[in-house]
Design a protein. Structure first.
Length: 95
């Protein structure tokens, strides 16, 4: 399973990327959705799960300095190695 961390995933481009990945990969993808607004993240996660993906919500700021905190949760939740990440908090860029 591919694990993808998406920052800025509560709305806009980040949320749409999460939905598109869930739609395109279904159960083959684990999405780690990170942003400040937990309620909106939960809504996006629910949409992704409805599309067949696994989703995990991580309320955080927009910096990837949270990766050391996120990574152990990802590893225990999805049993995977180093996740891919997409940051959509300021500029959308693949990392």
């Amino acid at each position: 399973m591919k694990v993808i961390v998406i920052t800025g995933a509560s709305d806009g481009i980040g949320a749409e990327i999460a939905r598109q990945l869930a739609h395109g990969h279904g159960s083959g993808v684990g999405l780690v959705l990170a942003a400040r607004n937990q309620q909106m993240l939960e809504e996006v996660a629910g949409q992704c799960v409805a599309l067949g993906a696994q989703a995990m919500v991580v309320p955080t700021d927009r910096s990837l300095t949270m990766m050391p905190i996120i990574r152990p949760s990802v590893n225990s939740e999805f049993i995977s190695g180093c996740p891919h990440s997409v940051s959509c908090s300021q500029k959308c860029r693949s990392m």
